[in-house]
Design a protein around this ligand. Structure first.
Ligand code: PMM
Length: 288
């Protein structure tokens, strides 16, 4: 028996696979991201890394110019655009499906004009009141992530009186109301539980475990961003768990589970093992 595919956002090219969870590769054009800060800050380095991820089979790439790790320094939209726009433009010109990871409406608009088809907003619109209008007017696919506070305060905002799943679903439903009121179409929206954003490590595990529930309850495609995050250290080799790169095998394991639960896409730093994981999940489902 074939399990129904998760809902898919539009508009995205029909060349993207429809028979499995998509693999979104991360390009952090930042000096300070937690797992790869500074490595791809120069546009040439970012583009060379993008080529590697594409050759390895990434379906789409997420380009970000501001680190969102706890306590990270905020950047102005101008600085962010200086970092990401040359990369977005060059990739889009090559026909790559590009997502821009930004909480700033101005950067989202500029990236959409440069060819980005997806805006990935970790704040779900809370950081910039102009974001939903940009999503409505450009027609991009919008990844609406759950967060609270900001990178400076989020680690303290982990109180969910009705449980983390109910809390996240209720707050995402509010974000959806805001998006619909701004004229965004439902098919443009992808939701993301925001693993590690205003979540304790057990709460992130609970949300990851609830991927299937999120898909069902909100009826929207779900993006899962677990890659290399600190909460994965609970499952990693204790001798190496503080090294983000040592969490890649745990990341791939969570990718297989999330894909099996119906995730639309996983956002990951390392492609080959995650691509294997989504293919494994696909075969697992098809041979049920
Ligand atoms: N996590 C990070 C950055 N952007 N976007 C989405 N949609 N979901 C996430 O979980 C997410 C994100 C932080 O990780 P990084 O510093 O490795 O990019």
């Amino acid at each position: 028996m074939t399990v129904p595919a998760p809902p898919r956002p539009a508009p995205l090219p029909s060349t993207l696979p429809t028979d499995r969870t998509l693999v979104m590769g991360v390009i952090n054009v930042t000096p300070d991201s937690f797992s790869d800060g500074g490595r791809w800050l120069a546009p040439d380095a970012a583009l060379a890394h993008a080529r590697t991820l594409l050759d390895q089979g990434a379906d789409l790439l997420d380009v970000g110019g501001e680190s969102t790790r706890p306590g990270a320094e905020r950047v102005t939209p101008d600085t962010e655009q200086e970092r990401v726009l040359p990369v977005v433009e060059a990739l889009a010109a090559q026909g790559v499906v590009v997502s821009v990871d930004t909480v700033h409406a101005a950067t989202a608009a500029a990236a959409a004009a440069a060819g980005a088809l997806v805006v990935n907003d970790v704040s779900g619109g809370l950081a910039d009141p102009g974001m939903y209008d940009v999503v409505a007017s450009t027609g991009v696919v919008y990844v609406c992530q759950h967060w609270r506070g900001d990178p400076g305060t989020m680690d303290r905002l982990t109180d969910y009186p009705r449980g983390v799943l109910a809390g996240v679903e209720a707050e995402l439903a509010q974000r959806l109301d805001g998006l619909m009121s701004a004229g965004v179409a439902r098919h443009q929206v992808v939701i993301d539980p925001g693993l590690g954003f205003a979540k304790t490590h057990p709460q992130s595990w609970e949300l990851l475990r609830s991927t299937g529930r999120l898909v069902q309850d909100l009826g929207l495609p779900v993006l899962v961003g677990a890659s290399r995050k600190r909460f994965l250290a609970l499952a990693a080799d204790p001798a190496r768990a503080t090294d983000p790169l040592a969490r890649d095998s745990v990341t791939a394991a969570t990718t297989a589970l999330a894909a099996s639960a119906g995730a639309w896409a996983v956002r990951v730093h390392e492609i080959p093992s995650n691509l294997d994981a989504v293919r494994t999940a696909s075969l697992w489902k098809d041979h049920r």
